[in-house]
Design a protein around this ligand. Structure first.
Ligand SMILES: NC(=O)c1ccc[n+]([C@@H]2O[C@H](COP(=O)([O-])OP(=O)(O)OC[C@H]3O[C@@H](n4cnc5c(N)ncnc54)[C@H](O)[C@@H]3O)[C@@H](O)[C@H]2O)c1
Length: 432
């Protein structure tokens, strides 16, 4: 099938490369000329394990090509996926201006039947509005359908998630659209959920909000563990083994970040309020998550006092491992709070340092190191911010020897507290 993707970021590029790998002829479009130039030269503009190789192979075999033109995208694909960003607007509601611009441009260029699929995460009822937008601009007599096909991939394992999804959700009221999308996804052998557009959109927001809620729940429990002497890792295991609850997303830590959970929860609160429901539970989720980032600072100050001039080393900056994405990462708040206190901040991240350097004023002050051992040199404290595998395998004796004060805040609970104490560290995990 001929497929077009408009918006070739984390979701669009993975979707395009994977659909090409499944044998389709895919055109990936983006209005960022630099991104498209890099892609044409066989380089992935983002770090995602396996993606560059997939892009290269499929481009070489002419199943994957790149363009900056939405007009070309509309001419090429029978199915046109909209994968542009839906960032938070000033009031927290999703900013749909990119979705609107692309829908209009597709409509203006449509010459024969097209199925326009929103893959971007959007508030419920956006599909109806996209339908109206296209109907308003399309030349009369040209048929089209709109469908919602939310994406559930996770950065860091995006290709595996796309190729082996827990489910594929297809929301549409058109049989023609449904059968095109069912055929497209058939090779994945995944459970297909065919539903209406509003429900599909709401599935995505509800899923992300529920996962965010689970993380916040265990983080709240971790605070009680710290006050009572319980161990949150054991508590999480004990509740997670209940099949009704499940062990996933019950890892206590310094809170969630990334380009999805924070903005999707906010957007969900926004659309709920617009529809007349005050989603207080989700407002509390955001508040708990924000507090959790502050916990690192509270612990540092409780042990080190005034942080001015103290050398604080950060292990990890990205919002999760195996990505270079720093959007809404806890590290951004932690660095800002440390810089406000005149701490001497050093950091190392395997993939995130290039983006970190350009991520705001506070991040420019950070001293970026070549490896974790340099971060530890003469440090008054080390904070594990992101659970990259490389940090699990450190020579901890060497780290201990390098630090001025062997004080570790393990924001992701990657180390065994008993071992850390045996090695002579003053060790603080989260909720243990
Ligand atoms: N990143 C994830 O893990 C993830 C997972 C599931 C869903 N989503 C959702 O998917 C959507 C995209 O997220 P992302 O992380 O890929 O964002 P992204 O910022 O990485 O990519 C969006 C791309 O769209 C391009 N773009 C914007 N306007 C355009 C236009 N008019 N024409 C052509 N290209 C245009 C941008 O240049 C950018 O490359 C969002 O709604 C997000 O919530 C993201």
């Amino acid at each position: 099938m001929k497929i077009s993707i408009v918006g070739s970021g984390y979701v669009g590029l993975v979707t395009g490369a994977c659909l090409a790998e499944l044998g389709h002829e895919v055109l990936c479009v983006d209005n960022d000329t630099h991104k498209i130039e890099e892609l044409r030269q066989g380089r992935s503009p983002i770090y995602e394990p396996g993606l560059e190789e997939l892009v290269r192979v499929n481009a070489r075999e002419s199943r994957l090509s790149f363009s900056t033109s939405v007009q070309e995208a509309t001419a090429h694909g029978t199915i046109v996926f909209i994968c542009v960003g839906t960032p938070p607007g000033p009031d927290g509601e999703a900013d749909l201006s990119f979705v609107e611009a692309v829908s209009r441009e597709i409509a203006l260029n449509m010459e024969e039947y097209r199925l326009v699929v929103e893959k971007s995460t959007v508030p419920v009822q956006t599909g109806q509005w996209v339908q109206r937008t296209i109907a308003h601009h399309v030349r009369s007599g040209v048929e089209f359908d709109v469908a919602s096909n939310p994406e559930f991939l996770r950065e860091g394992s995006a290709i595996r998630d796309f190729m082996h999804p827990d489910r594929v959700v297809i929301g549409t009221s058109s049989d023609r659209a449904a059968s095109l999308l069912v055929k497209l996804y058939e090779p994945l052998n995944a459970p297909l959920l065919l539903t209406d557009i509003n429900s599909a959109e709401l599935i995505k927001h509800s899923a992300n909000a529920f996962l965010a809620l689970k993380i916040c729940f265990i983080n709240a429990v971790s605070r009680i563990c710290e006050k009572s002497g319980a161990d949150v890792v054991r508590v999480a295991k004990g509740i997670g083994l209940d099949r009704r609850i499940g062990v996933d997303f019950l890892q206590a830590g310094i809170g969630f970040g990334g380009s999805c959970f924070p903005k999707d929860v906010e957007a969900f609160i926004g659309i709920s309020s617009k529809l007349g429901y005050d989603f207080k539970l989700l407002r509390e989720v955001l508040a708990i998550n924000q507090e959790q980032r502050q916990v690192v600072l509270t612990k540092l100050e409780a042990s080190l006092g005034d942080l001015a001039g103290k050398r604080i080393g950060l292990l990890g900056l990205t919002f999760k491992p195996d990505t270079d994405d720093l959007r809404n990462a806890p590290s951004l708040d932690i660095v800002r709070l440390l810089v406000e206190r005149d701490a001497d901040v050093r950091a190392y991240d395997p993939k995130g340092m290039e983006r970190a350097r350009g991520a705001g004023e506070a991040m420019e002050v950070v001293h970026y190191c070549d490896d974790p051992y340099e971060v530890a040199e003469n440090a008054d404290a080390l904070v594990v911010v992101t659970e990259w595998d490389v940090f699990r395998r450190l020579d901890l004796q060497r780290i201990h020897g390098a630090m001025r004060r062997p004080f570790v805040i393990d924001g992701r609970n990657i180390y065994d507290p008993a071992r850390m104490r045996r090695l002579g560290f003053e060790y603080h995990g989260v909720g243990r």
